[in-house]
Ligand binder design. Structure first.
Ligand code: DX5
Ligand code: ZN
Length: 223
């Protein structure tokens, strides 16, 4: 599976179909959907209807990153829309609800992911490493594309990868925000398996070439 997950947040929706076609022709398997509710993060982006529209036209698997204050309410809508992977923020779900919500997503046959903001301690993820299929470390503060990669993410990724291995957990490590060809290899060395890329792809003059650039810097994980 191609470890590059393009995020469509930064795209002009009138260009979206052409960009998705370019991704499909370049061997992209997953599209990352940045769902924003205007409350957990200030911007409002899009909902499950966009997921349905993409699925109706393209063969991609969809990875919904829920930047929403009430993920328990949102998750069923994305399951219904046929999204394949669903991640939500540990900061939004709270400790009690997190295990249950991961279980709900898994019980529906989807992959369950837990997301951590750059300033949230890794301890918040530790209890769920066996209950999650993937963990997403934000390398920018959520809400906007085009931000700069936070370098401390490299150390956090290495630390988290060690903890996943120490527990014999099988969850994959996804990183999201400010990723481009120059830092993707460093992130892979730190232990990242999956790479969400928005601006560095959507602003590329030659998308297939940029995808080759990115995938040349990272080997395809076991994912
Ligand atoms: C930010 C989103 C990221 C972002 C990635 O809240 O979660 O997925 O869109 O875009 P770039 O690669 O532009 O940082
Ligand atoms: Zn995202």
């Amino acid at each position: 599976m191609n470890p590059i997950f393009p995020s469509i947040l930064s795209t002009n929706f009138f260009d979206l179909e052409a960009k998705l076609r370019a991704f499909a022709d370049s061997g992209i398997d997953f599209i990352h959907l940045d769902v924003m509710d205007g409350h957990f993060v200030d911007p409002i982006s899009f909902g499950p209807s966009l997921a349905r529209a993409i699925r109706a036209k393209f063969p991609f698997r969809l990875d919904a990153h829920l930047m929403v204050s009430n993920p328990e309410k949102a998750v069923p809508h994305f399951i219904q829309a046929g999204v394949d992977w669903i991640s939500f923020h540990a900061e939004a779900a709270g400790a009690e609800a997190t295990a249950g919500l991961l279980g709900t997503i898994r019980a529906s046959g989807r992959k369950a992911g837990l997301v951590l903001n750059p300033d949230t301690p890794l301890e918040r993820l530790r209890p769920y490493l066996a209950a999650a299929d993937y963990v997403l470390l934000m390398s920018v503060f959520p809400g906007y594309g085009g931000q700069s990669f936070i370098p401390a993410t490299l150390e956090r990724a290495a630390q988290l990868k060690k903890e996943i291995a120490a527990r014999n957990a099988s969850c994959l490590l996804q990183v999201d925000g400010g990723i481009h060809p120059d830092n993707a290899a460093l992130l892979q060395q730190a232990g990242a398996d999956l790479f969400v890329v928005g601006t560095a792809l959507f602003n590329a003059a030659d998308i297939p070439a940029q995808i080759r650039q990115l995938t040349n810097h990272v080997h395809w994980s076991r994912a």
